[in-house]
Design a protein around this ligand. Structure first.
Ligand SMILES: Nc1ncnc2c1ncn2[C@@H]1O[C@H](COP(=O)(O)OP(=O)(O)OP(=O)(O)O)[C@@H](O)[C@H]1O
Length: 477
């Protein structure tokens, strides 16, 4: 018994409970402990100090999950049933959520009966041989019974037979194949149906009430009292049989009518089916045509919409282009003029570039020339210095030349003078240098320039050479 289920009967102390695994723990055969699940509000409340997470319940008997149907019956029902057969009323009911196992407990399965078939088995075993065999009680107004007369019993039986027969036919007609679906409802202790309805039972299996008795009509006046009773009895039976046969006939007629109606119904159904099929196929055709029409019209619509959108897009593109043209439009003359300007600017730029290059080159040349110039200046300066020194030299040479010429003159005069006075006085020779010195000293105040004059027009180099030659000559003289 894996589920959680309580089975109560009328007495509170007789509470019995079957328990679920998990939060429910069986402490002992009388006590169950309920532990609140971890996430439950009861557990959370108990953690906050409100209420308890554990509850203890006491019962007359607790059955755990491993309990079998038999053990449960023995432990729960047997005493109640025993009391019942001894005239003590009892109430057993199950209580629990859906799928808790109430039906399983009460009814059980065909292999493993629950407490109800087991109880019935016990009860019927208990009254075995003491059954009331006559079938002359009829339920009345749900909670009562009526005792039937024999004739009523037979009438009931005939009706029952007729009903069962027609029922069987109807069932065979309507549900020929699925008849096997119906299972016996009540099962006895041996597992066989207590009330058995055999689908193969036919009308022929029931006594044929339409058959007339073999007995002929008799003259009652010649009959004894016993025979009379017997005959009366026979007549009664005949009467009943006739009534039965009438009933059967009625049932038969009704059945035939029902069959006819059923056939008609089938035919009608078939006709309707045909009609429906035709309509359906027509409808289908209609739908297909309609669908095709719709498809065409949708395609057309789609096409026209497509065209419309295409036109709209074109228009939009055109408008955009026009707007752009308005914003960016330049007349061709302006454009050409601009173009010329651009060309001009380009060529000017090119020229400027070339000029720049030329300028750079000129700069470079100028720089080189400046260098050359400074070098030449330097040379000139050197030459000037040289020239100055040469001029000084020349000046000096001229002076010396002057001196020499004056000395020469003086010498010549002296010579002349000596040649006149030579015989009288012979002047002692003192050497050239002593003579020169004395001459220079004598002519120190003599002005220069007389000897220079004859070289004034000569080029400087030849003049220098002359000067040098003269000065050399003067020095070596
Ligand atoms: N003790 C058990 N052992 C094995 N199977 C069980 C047990 N109890 C219940 N079941 C199975 O659990 C399922 C539900 O059980 P059952 O139909 O008896 O529940 P229930 O309480 O009658 O439900 P509901 O209230 O919906 O009728 C069934 O398939 C049943 O066979």
């Amino acid at each position: 018994m894996g589920s959680y289920m309580k089975i109560f009967h009328s007495l509170p102390e007789q509470q019995i409970v079957l328990l679920l695994k998990g939060c429910v723990t069986i402490e002992d055969p009388q006590t169950v402990i309920l532990n609140a699940p971890k996430e439950s509000s009861a557990m959370k409340n108990s953690e906050r100090g409100i209420g308890h997470s554990v509850h203890r319940f006491t019962f007359s008997q607790v059955f755990g999950p491993e309990t079998t149907q038999s053990e449960f019956f023995e432990g729960s029902m047997k005493e109640i049933v025993r009391a019942y057969v001894n005239g003590v009323n009892g109430l057993v009911f199950t209580y629990g959520v859906t799928n808790a196992g109430k039906t399983f407990t009460i009814q059980g399965t065909s292999k493993d009966f629950g407490i109800l078939p087991r109880s019935l088995d016990v009860i019927f075993n208990h009254i075995k041989g003491r059954h009331y065999l006559k079938m002359n009680f009829k339920p009345y107004l749900s909670n009562s019974v009526k005792k039937l007369e024999d004739a009523q019993v037979k009438q009931e039986e005939a009706i029952k037979t007729a009903i069962l027969a027609s029922l069987k036919e109807v069932i065979q007609t309507i549900l020929p194949k699925s008849f096997g679906y119906f299972q016996p409802k009540l099962v006895g202790g041996n597992g066989k149906p207590i009330t058995h309805f055999d689908a193969n039972t036919s009308v022929d299996d029931f006594p044929d009430s339409t058959e007339t008795s073999a007995e002929d009509e008799v003259d009652i006046t010649i009959l004894s009292h016993e025979d009379l009773l017997k005959t009366t009895e026979n007549l009664k039976e005949k009467l009943v049989a006739e009534r039965q046969s009438k009933l059967l006939l009625e049932v038969k007629i009704r059945r035939e009518m029902a069959e006819a109606m059923f056939r008609q119904l089938l035919e009608t159904e078939e006709a309707w089916r045909q009609v429906i099929l035709q309509s359906f196929s027509r409808l289908k055709g209609f739908h297909i045509n309609r669908l095709e029409d719709m498809k065409d019209s949708y395609e057309e619509k789609l096409e026209s919409k497509f065209e419309m959108y295409k036109e709209a897009i074109k228009k939009h593109a055109y408008m955009c282009a026009m707007e752009q043209i308005e914003d960016h439009y330049v007349p061709i003359e302006e454009f050409l003029a601009e173009q010329e300007k651009v060309e001009l600017i380009k060529s000017l730029k090119l020229k400027i570039q070339k000029l720049n290059e030329t300028l750079l080159e000129a700069n470079e040349g100028y720089r080189k020339m400046a260098e050359e110039n400074s070098r030449l200046k330097h040379t000139i300066m050197l030459k000037d210095q040289e020239m100055n020194s040469l001029q000084n030299w020349a000046k000096r040479v001229l002076e010396l030349e002057e001196t020499v010429s004056s000395l020469q003159k003086e010498l010549d005069e002296q010579k002349k003078h000596f040649s006149i006075e030579e015989p009288k006085q012979q002047k002692p020779r003192r050497g050239l240098l002593a003579n020169l010195k004395s001459t220079v000293a004598a002519t120190a105040s003599t002005p220069l320039g007389k000897g220079w004059g004859k070289y004034e027009d000569a080029p400087s180099s030849s003049r220098k050479q002359v000067l040098l030659t003269q000065s050399k000559r003067i020095i070596f003289d």
